[in-house]
Design a protein around this ligand. Structure first.
Ligand code: NCD
Length: 321
């Protein structure tokens, strides 16, 4: 299986089969076990993180992942790059290609930029979020966390809540769950941030078992699910100006999870709360110390392991066994 990953771009979850995703998760778990020899795996290799949009967790975990594997990380800063002089992304990608990085990680505010980079750059390109489209490595870490905390992905019943229209992590996660057996997904969102019609049609075509729920209170669903995946309403992707501000204010507090709700609900045994972060009021700090808060530690740690695993698989020559 290892040889199937060499040189591959990671642009969409749809580019990977279920078996390949399972392999990525299993291989990544070796890095959690801290096997010997890890720091030699990517020696003399250089990663370029090209983040044209804000990021904390994704940048940091990619950075640490590459360094822990013995590789180097370029400190390219898009804010200070020639993009500020009006250079096109196309030209920036051509330059990146000429310097022969071993792996390139890209985040940009427009859908499709990761694919454009992958077309121009010979090295494997990892999509770290392209506009509202996809964020595949976030999904790998979400699945890793689910598997670890709940023990399986097949048969998972999950509510995905918040900004389903603009949330790229939601799109990648839904695309992945289609590949597993007997999953049930409840989508819960304000009217303004529902999944688009075309995405819903695609999910139907791909036979995901899902419902778009129109409930007033998250309490109504908590007892029926194994996990709740909360997301932030993405202010920066709303239309600009007064209209956008109005829409945003209307939806921002509509679905918030509270400690009282959890206390009152009859939760399933291994119930967990997931969130890709950053969070706003949808996930108050008072939930951080509950036994359900997988978003505090497990998800972020998983981000490191899956990125170590993935970088190694697509851009390495030596592997753990
Ligand atoms: C997400 C993203 O950038 O899509 N964050 C992340 O990478 N963990 C979610 C968000 O910005 O709300």
């Amino acid at each position: 299986m290892i040889s199937k990953f060499k040189g591959r771009d990671v642009i969409s979850v749809n580019d990977f089969s279920r078996d390949e995703i399972d392999f990525i998760l299993d291989y990544s778990s070796l890095f959690e076990l801290k096997k010997e020899g890890v720091e030699e795996l990517m020696k003399n290799k250089i990663m370029l993180p090209a983040f044209f949009e804000n990021s904390s967790r994704t940048t940091l975990s990619f950075d640490v992942a590459m360094r822990r594997l013995g590789g180097q990380v370029s400190d390219f800063d898009p804010e200070r790059s020639s993009r500020g002089k009006g250079e096109s992304l196309w030209d920036t990608a051509i330059t990146i290609n000429n310097y022969s990085f071993d792996v390139v990680v890209v985040r940009e505010r427009r859908d499709g930029v990761a694919r454009l980079f992958a077309d121009i750059i010979e090295a494997p390109v990892i999509n770290a979020g392209d506009g509202i489209n996809e964020h595949p490595t976030q999904t790998f870490l979400d699945l890793y966390t689910i598997k670890k905390k709940i023990g399986r992905i097949d048969g998972l019943e999950i509510a995905i809540v918040g900004d389903l229209k603009y949330g790229r992590t939601v799109h990648s996660l839904a695309n992945a769950l289609k590949k597993y057996k007997d999953c049930k997904v409840y989508f819960i969102s304000p009217q303004e941030t529902k999944l688009t019609e075309s995405f819903v049609n695609q999910l139907k075509e791909d036979k995901l078992n899902f419902e778009e729920l129109d409930i007033k209170n998250l309490e109504d669903i908590l007892g029926k699910i194994d996990a709740i995946y909360m997301t932030r309403v993405q202010r920066e992707r709303f239309p600009e100006g007064v209209e956008g501000e109005f829409q945003y204010k209307k939806v921002i507090s509509q679905y918030c999870l509270t400690k009282d709700m959890l206390d009152r609900a009859k939760l399933r045994k291994n119930f967990i709360i997931l969130h890709p972060r950053p969070r706003r009021q949808e996930l108050p700090k008072s939930l951080d110390n509950t036994p359900y808060s997988a978003y505090i530690k497990e998800q972020e740690k998983a981000g490191l392991y899956v990125r170590m695993g993935l970088i190694n698989l697509i851009a390495g020559d030596k592997f753990l066994c």
